[in-house]
Design a protein around this ligand. Structure first.
Ligand SMILES: Cc1cc2nc3c(=O)[nH]c(=O)nc-3n(C[C@H](O)[C@H](O)[C@H](O)COP(=O)(O)OP(=O)(O)OC[C@H]3O[C@@H](n4cnc5c(N)ncnc54)[C@H](O)[C@@H]3O)c2cc1C
Length: 489
């Protein structure tokens, strides 16, 4: 089968949903291709249904939040509860950080992170400032699918891109796993590991970069294949009786992880229970050895981890393991070298010092590496992502909008948040549609026109938020708050 479309988006994670929605709303014919059986990517298949605090997420992520709010118990905002770095007198100990649903905070409160302070140093600041969003993955996938349908985008799930052909710096067609071929005027690679770009031999990078490569102060002297660690998310639900769930045969109770089990980020979920994000389940060193067995080994570690949580923290004996994500969450894979590579120097300079004229999204998560060689460094202010990070070097009609965009490993450790990826998708989809309308290649879209188009979509490109945008967001949120249907919290 041969399919002709205007814009083909590959990968329906946060980036792909943002890209397909933006392009289809601008009037382009859009085909969104996803290899898994459902859309949503890491946020759904790996169960990462938490949006940590971040600046800039005022466009499509905000719309998704409002649409989720129309469904009962689909979404909520959270604040810090108990935390091993911020103990309060008389509190029961917790196996890591607890995030509790907090009806007193709203979406606007989640649009902020900046600050050099750590949780330990300034607990009052952290409790007052850091709030996030938590949603139910199935509701998120349904809402995104409805929005894509309303925008007129065609979505095909259960089909992977398995090859592509390029000529004269343009991708001409992609081949799908069901044998069909897709021709399009522009392609947006949202695969999370740059699979489409790699298929046409774009330059890619993986692992940690040497200090010399990008002049990053905190990079190691030598490059290394190390990546951010992987985590298998699980969910626990309340139960009536106290019980430590027995370990299945063959799963040892001992810790596989250094001297003690990893701590957990436990987020109260809108429909009850906690989403358990055990910080590393597997190290990069293990990925190659475990290969296709990675998820099974992570599943065994989840069982051992949960057993330990129940043994050590009695309150969890009133919970049961209810779900383990079907996919292991990979924070970092291969990345594509673009016309510009975002580096630690951008993160340290911040929006006020970067001096780029083509910023199409802002972000501000800490530099945050999990596992070996890991650590967390906060930033002084939000920073911007230039449009050139979405343009694979040397290609004319392809954009890359996902955690595989053109970031150094250190920049990726900060930039990868789901809402930031959605913003990159929104910018890529908008740019591809503008290129189509103007009869030009995506890479030739003028940055100032793209930024204006994004501003019209209420995307925040300045820091702090303008009064006008803040008021508009607050008004929208007030209406949605009044109509909300959550019943549990
Ligand atoms: C354990 C963990 C915890 C995290 N915690 C948070 C958090 O608390 N808050 C936050 O904001 N972010 C968090 N993140 C980061 C964030 O979730 C991800 O970076 C983000 O969701 C990535 O979105 P994406 O669109 O770039 O990629 P993905 O969501 O991975 O989407 C890529 C999609 O492409 C598809 N695909 C791949 N190859 C092909 C192909 N050849 N053909 C067709 N389709 C293909 C995949 O199936 C997938 O659906 C976390 C990540 C992990 C792993």
């Amino acid at each position: 089968m041969h399919i002709d479309t205007d814009i083909a988006v590959v990968g329906a994670g946060s980036g792909g949903i943002g890209a397909a929605l933006a392009a289809a709303r601008a009037g382009a014919r859009v085909l969104l291709v996803e290899r898994a059986s459902t859309i949503g990517g890491t946020a759904v298949r790996a169960g990462v249904s938490t949006w940590e605090p971040v600046a800039g997420a005022t466009g499509i992520p905000f719309e998704i939040f409002l649409a989720l709010r129309e469904r009962p118990d689909a979404v909520a905002c959270y604040s810090y509860g108990r935390h091993i770095c911020m103990p309060r007198p008389g509190e029961a100990p917790f196996p890591g950080g607890e995030h509790v649903i907090d009806r007193s905070v709203g979406y606007l409160d989640t649009l902020q992170r900046h600050g050099m302070r750590s949780l330990r140093e300034d607990t009052a600041w952290a409790r007052a400032t850091l709030h996030g969003v938590v949603f139910e993955p199935d509701a998120y996938a349904q809402v995104a699918a409805e929005m894509l349908r309303a925008a007129g985008a065609e979505v095909r799930t259960g089909v992977a891109v398995v090859g592509a052909e390029a000529r004269d710096e343009r991708v001409e067609r992609i081949r799908l796993s069901d044998g069909s071929e897709v021709r399009a005027r522009a392609f947006i690679d949202c695969t999370g590991d740059g699979a489409l770009c790699a298929a046409v031999d774009c330059e890619t990078m993986a692992g940690r970069d040497s200090r010399e490569r990008f002049g990053e102060p905190h990079a190691t002297e030598q490059p290394s294949p190390a990546t951010n660690a992987a985590t298998l998310i699980y969910r626990v639900m309340p139960a009536d009786e106290e019980r430590v769930e027995p370990l299945p045969e063959g799963v040892p109770a001992e810790c596989w992880w250094r001297e003690r089990f990893p701590s957990v980020s436990a987020v109260q979920a809108p429909r009850g229970g906690y989403i358990m994000n055990m910080l590393p389940t597997a190290e990069w060193r293990e990925f190659a050895d475990l290969g296709d067995g990675l998820r099974e080994e992570c599943r065994r570690r989840v069982l051992a981890h949960w057993h330990n949580v129940q043994r050590e923290f009695p309150e969890f004996r009133r919970y049961r393991l209810a779900w383990i994500a079907p996919e292991v969450g990979l924070r970092e894979e291969r990345r594509v070298v673009g016309e510009y590579v975002l580096t630690e120097r951008d993160l340290l300079a911040g929006l006020s010092g970067q001096g780029h004229a083509d910023i199409i999204a802002i972000a501000d998560h800490a530099m945050d590496l999990h596992g070996e060689g890991g650590g967390c460094r906060e930033l002084a202010e939000p920073y911007g992502v230039p449009f050139r990070c979405l343009l694979p070097a040397g290609m004319r009609n392809v954009l890359v909008a996902s955690r595989a965009s053109s970031f150094s490993a250190i920049a990726a450790s900060s930039c990868r948040l789901a809402r930031t990826m959605m913003q990159l998708g929104q910018a890529a989809g908008t740019a591809a549609a503008m290129a189509l309308e103007g009869g030009i290649d995506a890479r030739d879209v003028p940055a100032d026109a793209l930024r204006e188009a994004l501003r019209r979509q209420r995307v925040q490109l300045e820091w702090p938020l303008s009064d006008e945008l803040r008021e508009w967001l607050a008004d929208q949120e007030a209406v949605s708050r009044a109509a909300r249907t959550d019943t549990r919290y």
